[in-house]
Design a binder for this molecule. Structure first.
Ligand code: DX5
Ligand code: ZN
Length: 215
C-alpha cells in the first residue's frame, strides 16, 4: 500500500485556505494536516476550531488535526465537533491523557498521540494499544520549514517494531522536514503517513512533490 501524504496547510496561503484544501485533493494527496498552535505549548500561534469548521465545507478529505496546545483535553471535543476526522495531541501537554483520548473516541473520531523532538518514546508507551495514529516529530514542534532530524527515525522504528510485535494497527505519521529526498528513508523506517508543509506548498510543481513523497 502506498503511503498517505498529508500536506500541512501551515505552509499554505492563509488568505485562501478554501482553495488550499481543494488543491491538496487535486495534487493527489490524502489527508489535510492542520497544525494548531497556542503560543504556550509552542512559541507560535496559528488557528483553532473555527478554521477546521470552515475547511470542512471545502473538502471531503480526512482532516488530520495536530494539536500543539496545552491542556488539549479542554478542546479535543470541540475540534471533533468542528469536523476533524483525526485529533492528535502531545501527552506531556495534557493533565489527562486518557480523558482526552476518551473524548475523541466517544465522538467517533480517530485519536492519536505525538512525540515531540525533545521527548522520549516512553511518553506514548502506555497508550499504544488504543490509538489510531502515532505522530513522530522530526523537528521541534512550532514552525514549518525546519530541517529533518534523521535521528528521530529511531522513534519511528520503535513504533513500527511494537506495532508488528503486538499486532497494532496505528498509522505511523512522520512530521517535520519531510520531502521527496527523505521519503524513502521515512517509509523504510515504518512511516505510513507523511506530513509535508513546505515541500508541497513551496514546490514549483506541488503535484510532482506529492508523487515524490508518496513514491
Ligand atoms: C511543525 C508542524 C509541522 C510542519 C511541517 O510544528 O507540526 O506539521 O508544518 O512543515 P514542514 O514540512 O515545512 O517541516
Ligand atoms: Zn504537524
Amino acid at each position: 500500500m502506498s503511503a498517505i501524504v498529508a500536506p500541512s496547510i501551515l505552509s499554505a496561503d492563509f488568505g485562501n485556505m478554501g482553495k488550499a484544501v481543494q488543491d491538496i485533493k487535486a495534487w493527489g494527496a490524502d489527508w489535510v494536516h492542520c497544525d494548531v498552535m497556542d503560543g504556550v505549548y509552542v512559541p507560535n500561534i496559528t488557528f483553532g476550531m473555527p478554521m477546521v469548521k470552515a475547511l470542512r465545507k471545502y473538502t471531503d478529505q480526512v482532516l488530520d488535526v495536530h494539536l500543539m496546545i496545552t491542556e488539549p483535553e479542554k478542546y479535543v471535543g470541540q475540534f471533533c465537533d468542528a469536523g476533524a476526522d483525526i485529533v492528535v495531541f502531545h501527552p506531556e501537554a495534557s493533565k489527562d491523557v486518557q480523558g482526552a483520548l476518551n473524548i475523541i473516541k466517544s465522538k467517533g473520531k480517530k485519536c492519536g498521540l505525538s512525540i515531540n523532538a525533545d521527548q522520549p518514546f516512553s511518553i506514548v508507551e502506555d497508550y499504544l494499544d488504543q490509538i489510531d495514529v502515532l505522530l513522530i516529530m522530526t523537528v521541534q514542534a512550532g514552525f514549518g520549514g525546519q530541517s529533518f532530524k534523521e535521528e528521530k527515525l529511531e522513534h519511528v522504528r520503535k513504533g513500527a517494531a511494537i506495532k508488528k510485535e503486538k499486532g497494532y494497527t496505528y498509522d505511523i505519521e512522520i512530521d517535520g522536514g519531510v520531502c521527496p529526498a527523505n521519503s524513502e528513508l521515512c517509509q523504510n523506517a515504518g512511516a505510513t503517513a507523511l506530513v509535508a508543509g513546505s515541500a508541497v506548498f513551496k514546490a514549483e510543481n506541488p503535484a510532482e512533490a506529492v508523487k515524490g513523497i508518496k513514491r
